[in-house]
Design a protein. Structure first.
Length: 197
């Protein structure tokens, strides 16, 4: 089996595993983890594959960052999620990054639906106050009128909905599962090629 592929798979699995654990425990992805994962991915490809490897790594980085940046601007995640997907893209390259994006998106939707069915989050129609006027006739202040300290670093759309009971599926969890699935399939395919007659 290709030792470079195996080494990359182990490093990416460890990185995404650490991100998943931190995101599940703290609901935050620190810069020291995401940025070091990103730069290590770029450096790994430069050292093992030269300039062509670096170009593939940069393409994966651009796809991962670009896709999640759009979602972040629309309030669909946090800044740490954007950097995490950029780092995963730097490790996996463009083709595998697209697969991880699609698979993690599907897993995220399934997670949200599971939480909704389990009654752990409110549906959009039930959020905040259900749209009804309070008995005293006063509407509560919006997050945009009085941003809280936890809104720092959030996307504009996310900061305006900080008081809303949003689904709580930490994005690093589906990203890790999707990445591990892609890596296992890639290793299995490499093993099958190596042992074929």
């Amino acid at each position: 089996m290709d030792q470079v592929l195996l080494t990359r798979a182990v490093l990416v699995a460890a990185f995404t595993g650490a991100a998943m654990v931190l995101d599940l425990r703290t609901r935050r992805l620190p810069n020291w983890l995401t940025v070091s994962g990103l730069t290590t991915g770029l450096g790994f490809h430069l050292v093992t594959e030269g300039w062509p490897g670096l170009q593939q790594s940069l393409s994966g980085l651009a796809i991962g960052l670009g896709a999640l940046l759009v979602l972040w601007l629309l309030g669909g995640g946090g800044g740490g999620d954007v950097k995490l997907m950029g780092a995963v893209g730097a490790w996996l390259g463009p083709a595998l990054t697209v697969i991880v994006l699609v698979l993690s998106g599907m897993l995220t939707v399934l997670g949200h639906l599971g939480l909704l069915v389990a009654g752990r989050v409110q549906s959009p129609a039930e959020r905040v106050d259900g749209g009804a006027e309070p008995p005293d006739g006063r509407r509560p202040a919006t997050a945009s009128a009085a941003a809280s300290p936890e809104d720092v670093g959030r996307s504009p759309a996310e900061a305006t909905t900080s008081g809303v009971n949003r689904p709580k599926v930490p994005y690093a969890f589906p990203v890790a599962l999707a990445t591990w699935t892609v890596l296992l399939l890639k290793l299995w395919a490499a093993h099958a090629r190596a042992t074929a007659p």
